[in-house]
Design a protein around this ligand. Structure first.
Ligand code: CUV
Ligand code: SF4
Length: 645
C-alpha cells in the first residue's frame, strides 16, 4: 500500500489491524481502491450511459467530444437518469427490508408464525392510532393484523393517493407543501410532476420505466421522481421497517454498550452479525444466549458465545438489546483479520464479497443467509422466518463448531473499546425531556442550543475512515449544536467516545449544560439506516409542535462519508422533507450543470431542502452554523438570543 495505516483510518484499532494486513499482504477495501486508480472520470461526473445497446455513450466535460449519446440524450439527461436509478436502488434496499418485517408482523398476527411474538403491544397501539386503526377493547393480534395490512398495502398501492404511512406521519405543513408543489411544477412545466409517494414499489418501477431507453429526458422531472421515490422510502419503507421492528422487538431505550474491535473476546466463541435485518440477528442473539448453546460452547473449551454487531445489524442490536458493536463498514474485513472470529453471519446490504475469500485464510465461517445475498465461497444457511428458531440454533452451533479450529498464533485483538450511551429513539428522547418537546424547543429558542444536525451514512475508503464523521461532530458540538444520527456515523462516534457522558466536556457551554441536566451525551445514537425515519419523525414532531414547516427549523442533515445508493435515497428524502443536506464525497452529478443547479439551488426555492457539497469538516461546520443562524433569524429567535446575552 502507498499509504500508512494511520492515513487510512483515524481509528487506532483499525491502524493496528492494517499493519498486520500490510505485513500479511491481505487485500482490503483500501488496497483495492488503490488498485482502481485512476477511477473513471465519466463515472465520477455521471456522464456515461449504458441504458441501451447502441451505447455505451459518454459525454466529455471538456466539450471535446460529442455532446449527445447515440439516441440524442445529453449530459443532463444521463446524469439525472443515473441519479434516479441510484435513488431507486437505495429505496428498494430499505423498503424491501421494511416489507419483510411487515410480512412477518402479519404472519405473527395471524398465528402462522409462532417463532416470533409481539414484544411491544404499547407501540403497536400507538402506531395503530396514528394510522386511524381502532384499538379500543381489541385484541393485540387483531390490531397487529390491521397494522400489518396497512403497511403491506403501502408497497403495492396502485391508486393516485398518497400511501397512508406518509399521510399519517408527515408533519402537516410539509404534507401541504408537497401536495401544492404538484400545482407549482405543473405551472412551470405544463407536465404532471408529483412528489407524494403513491406506492413504495410503484415509485421504484416508475423510475426504472422513465429511465428506460427513450422515455423521460427532462432533468427536472427525473429529479422530482427521484425525490418522490426517496420520500416513499423515508416516509414509507424505512418508516415501516422501524415501526414494525419496534412492535416486534421493542422500542429502543437508553443503555450503555462498548464499541470497537476490543469487544471480541479471546475466551469466547465470537459470532459477528453483519448486515441489516434484526429479524435474523435477534434470533441468533437469543440462541447464542441460551443455556443450551452456552453449554455447547463450554464443551469445546470456550466460556460462551459472544455475539457482537457490525454496521446496521450492529446498530439494531445495540439499540434494543445492548449488544456490543465491533465496528462500522470498513471494520468488516478487519474483524476477520483478528483471527478470533468463529463466524460472521450476514443477511443483506453492505457486505463486501471479499469477506468470503478473507475468511478462508482463517478458521472463520462466513455464513450467508439471504436469498438476495449469495456470495461465492460462503457457507449458505438459508434463513426462513417460519423456522427461525431451528435455523438460528444451527447458525450458532456452526460458530461453536469452528472454535477448536482457531489458531492462537494468528489471533490479534486490538484492545481499543469505548463506552457509548445509546438507544435514543424518539420515544426515549421525549422521555428524557419529560414527555414533551417543550424543553428542547425552549433551549433552542433561547439559544442555549443553536440547532440540530443529523448525520448519517457510511464509511468510504476514499475518506480516511471516521475522519470526517468525527471532525465534523466535534466541531458542531463545540458550537452548541446538538448532533444526532444513525448508521456507520453512529458507530464511528461510539468508537471515539463521543457518546459517553465524558463527551459533554467537548461540547460548548450551552449544550454541555443541557446534556448535564438531562444526563445525556451531546451526540445521540438514533439507530440504523432505516431509523433515519426516526429523525424524520422527530423533525416532524418539532415542526408540528411549533406550527411551522420543517424547512423553518434550525436543522441540517449530512452524509459525510457516504458510500451506498441507500445514502442517496436518505439524502433525497431529507431534502424532500425540507432539510439542507451536506454530502461528501461529491455525488456523480457534476457532469450536468442543470442537475447540479436543481439539487443545490432550485430545490431550496421549491422545497426548502437542498444539497451542498463540502470537503473540509470545519468549513462544513461553518456552513451548517450559518444555515442554522439563518433559520433562527427566520423563526425570530435571534433577536431574543441577543437580548439574553
Ligand atoms: Ni445501513 S448503508 S455502510 S451499514 S451506514 Fe454503514 Fe448502515 Fe452505509 Fe451500510
Ligand atoms: Fe447511448 Fe442513449 Fe443508449 Fe444511453 S440510451 S447508451 S445515451 S444511445
Amino acid at each position: 500500500m502507498g499509504t500508512r495505516p494511520d492515513q487510512r483510518s483515524v481509528d487506532p484499532a483499525a491502524a493496528a489491524m492494517l499493519k498486520i494486513s500490510d505485513r500479511e499482504g491481505f487485500d482490503t477495501a483500501w488496497s483495492r481502491l488503490e488498485a482502481q486508480q485512476p477511477q473513471c472520470g465519466y463515472g465520477q461526473l455521471g456522464t456515461c450511459c449504458r441504458n441501451c445497446s447502441m451505447g455505451p455513450c459518454r459525454i466529455d466535460p471538456l466539450e471535446e467530444g460529442p455532446r449527445r449519446g447515440v439516441c440524442g440524450a445529453n449530459a443532463d439527461t444521463m446524469v439525472a437518469r443515473n441519479l434516479a436509478r441510484m435513488a431507486a436502488a437505495g429505496a428498494s434496499a430499505h423498503s424491501d427490508h421494511g416489507r419483510k418485517v411487515a410480512l412477518l408482523l402479519k404472519d405473527v398476527a395471524s398465528g402462522r408464525n409462532t417463532d416470533y411474538t409481539i414484544f411491544n403491544p404499547d407501540k403497536l397501539m400507538v402506531v395503530a392510532a396514528r394510522l386511524g386503526i381502532a384499538t379500543e377493547g381489541r385484541e393485540t393480534l387483531e390490531v397487529a393484523g390491521d397494522v400489518a395490512d396497512v403497511a403491506i398495502a403501502c408497497f403495492g398501492a396502485q391508486g393516485e393517493e398518497t400511501i397512508p404511512f406518509s399521510t399519517s406521519y408527515m408533519p402537516e405543513k410539509r404534507l401541504e407543501l408537497l401536495k401544492d408543489l404538484e400545482g407549482t411544477l405543473a405551472e412551470m412545466t405544463g407536465a404532471r410532476i408529483g412528489l407524494m409517494p403513491r406506492g413504495i414499489d410503484r415509485e421504484v418501477v416508475d423510475i426504472m420505466h422513465r429511465t428506460h431507453f427513450g422515455c423521460d429526458a427532462d432533468p427536472l422531472s427525473l429529479v422530482a421522481q427521484s425525490l418522490r421515490c426517496s420520500l416513499g422510502d423515508g416516509w414509507g419503507g424505512s418508516l415501516i421497517a422501524t415501526e414494525c421492528q419496534d412492535i416486534l422487538f421493542g422500542t429502543p431505550t437508553v443503555r450503555t454498550i462498548k464499541a470497537n474491535l476490543g469487544v471480541l473476546d479471546t475466551d469466547m466463541v465470537n459470532l459477528v452479525v453483519h448486515g441489516h435485518e434484526p429479524v435474523l440477528s435477534e434470533k441468533v442473539l437469543e440462541w447464542a444466549r441460551s443455556p443450551e448453546m452456552t453449554e455447547a460452547a463450554r464443551a469445546v473449551g470456550a466460556k460462551g458465545v459472544n455475539v457482537v454487531g457490525l454496521c446496521c445489524t450492529g446498530n439494531e442490536l445495540l439499540m434494543r438489546q445492548g449488544v456490543n458493536v465491533a465496528g462500522n463498514l470498513l471494520h468488516s474485513e478487519l474483524a476477520i483479520m483478528t483471527g478470533a472470529v468463529e463466524a460472521m453471519v450476514v443477511d443483506v446490504q453492505c457486505i463486501f464479497p471479499s469477506l468470503a475469500d478473507l475468511s478462508s485464510c482463517f478458521h472463520t465461517r462466513f455464513i450467508t443467509t439471504s436469498e438476495q445475498t449469495n456470495i461465492p465461497g460462503a457457507l449458505h444457511i438459508q434463513f426462513e422466518e417460519h423456522d427461525a428458531n431451528a435455523i438460528a440454533r444451527r447458525i450458532v452451533q456452526t460458530a461453536i463448531d469452528a472454535f477448536p479450529g482457531r489458531n492462537a498464533a494468528k489471533v490479534y485483538i486490538p484492545q481499543e473499546t469505548e463506552e457509548a450511551m445509546v438507544g435514543f429513539s424518539v420515544e426515549q428522547i421525549l422521555a428524557a425531556l419529560g414527555g414533551t418537546p417543550d424543553p428542547l424547543v425552549e433551549v433552542i429558542a433561547n439559544g442555549t442550543i443553536k440547532g440540530v444536525v443529523g448525520i448519517v451514512g457510511c464509511n468510504n475508503a476514499k475518506v480516511q475512515q471516521d475522519f470526517f464523521h468525527l471532525s465534523l461532530t466535534r466541531e458542531l458540538i463545540k458550537r452548541d449544536i446538538l448532533v444526532l444520527g444513525t448508521g456507520c456515523w453512529a458507530i464511528a462516534a461510539a468508537k471515539a467516545g463521543l457518546m459517553n457522558l465524558d463527551a459533554q466536556q467537548q461540547a460548548g457551554p450551552g449544550l454541555k449544560a443541557v446534556c448535564e441536566q438531562l444526563g445525556i451525551p451531546p451526540v445521540l445514537h438514533m439507530g440504523s439506516c432505516v431509523d433515519c425515519s426516526r429523525m424524520l419523525v422527530l423533525t416532524g414532531a418539532l415542526a408540528d409542535h411549533l406550527g411551522v414547516d420543517t424547512a423553518a427549523l434550525p436543522v441540517v442533515g449530512s452524509a459525510p462519508e457516504w458510500t451506498t445508493e441507500k445514502a442517496v435515497a436518505i439524502g433525497s428524502y431529507f431534502v424532500g422533507s425540507g432539510l439542507p443536506v451536506h454530502l461528501w464525497p461529491v455525488p456523480p452529478i457534476l457532469g450536468s450543470p442543470v442537475v447540479t443547479k436543481i439539487l443545490t439551488e432550485s430545490a431550496k426555492d421549491l422545497l426548502g431542502g437542498y444539497f451542498f457539497v463540502e470537503e473540509d469538516p470545519v468549513a462544513t461546520a461553518d456552513r451548517m452554523e450559518a444555515i442554522i443562524m439563518e433559520k433562527r433569524v427566520g423563526l425570530g429567535l435571534e433577536k431574543e438570543a441577543t437580548c439574553n446575552s
